[in-house]
Design a protein around this ligand. Sequence first.
Ligand code: GLN
Length: 423
Amino acid sequence: MNLELVINRAYQKLKKNNIKSAMLDSEILLSEAVNKSRESIILNNNILVGEKEYQFFQKLVDQRAKGKPIAYLIKKKFFWKDEFFIDEKVLIPRPDTEIIIEQILKIYNYKNNINFLDIGFGSGCILLSVLKERKDFKATGIDISNHALKVCKINANKLGLENRVRLFKSDIDKFFNGKYDLIISNPPYIKNINLKYLENDVKNFEPKSALDGGLDGISEIRKIVVKSSELIKNGGKLVLEIAYNQKEEVKKLLKKNSFYINSVVKDLANNDRCIISTKIAKWNMVTFRNNNNNRRNNFRRNDRNFKSNGDRTKYGSNFSNNENFQRKIPGRNNHNAAKLIEKYNNLAREALSGGDKILSENYFQHADHFTRVQNEQENFKKTRFALDNTESKNSETDKSEDEKVKKEESKEKVEAKVALANN
Ligand code: GLN
């Protein structure tokens, strides 16, 4: 049989089985079976096909007729600028995910030496494409699948990038290694009940663990955001792929975990697909939320205890043990703000009735200053109260097996309380 006849038969079979891209798929599979480019098959379609090659091709067509994706049959998929080795245990790279690469290249146009983490790397297509584009970057990848580790290593070797990447088999919950300038993730984000509505190719063949976002669709995203808040440097970026309808929920989640939202980027189909945020020091959020910039700057300038030693990362990871956070307000507490407000208001009034407007203005400003100090003290008390409460709860439960999980939960509670107190 010649190539043309073989292709036509395959086309008919795929079409009968509702495969939309029947002709293209037949050509791709035949090109794989006879080990020739698609172009040469089309141009020389009267060449005869050998028996072995024909048998192999029939096997591929049978599997495609059952819905198995082409990428799993030919074990490769093109993503960004390279071809990646793929098998059934990793998600097939999607063109939409390329916007993550685009955005990262935009953000780090001039910066060197970025140390980034990819959570749930799968085939490694995101992390390796970024590494290939930026020669000074180093990557760490984690994935719960041991098999993904193998696939990603194959791809890293293929692209000559193995020296700039460290891979770990780990759940994000159990990962405590390092501090990163950038965290990237295309996590599973499909609502559990919606998995059944996915295309058959996806639903029946791709790994559930790479798609299933739990009951609400953002269970994995939630874990990633909470953990990234610890693993990322202050000022570092988090770039996440999300579902088209998760923008608002994920924004809320990010804000709650000390991230500032930079932008939400749309995919090729004009759906929200990628959310970019920046980690902000936690004490900044807690102490200064709802306050204006002026006040913040005055406060810092006036505070001799403020250590600007550049070790900002401390604030992010554990603000209850944060020296700056604890020292800052108690210093202020030495003032009896209420008394001082009263004193300077009286002096201001006296000066005004004595006709000295400038002196009076000066005293009013003093009074104003101590009003702000008083507000700070109250905010601090509320925060402190929330912390004390959860710390004492922690000490009772610390002995239990899921110590870490509980700590995470109580941390979330503190943040919720702090947010409430500040509203
Ligand atoms: N965008 C993918 C799909 O629609 C889902 C990938 C994911 O959950 N991360 O199939």
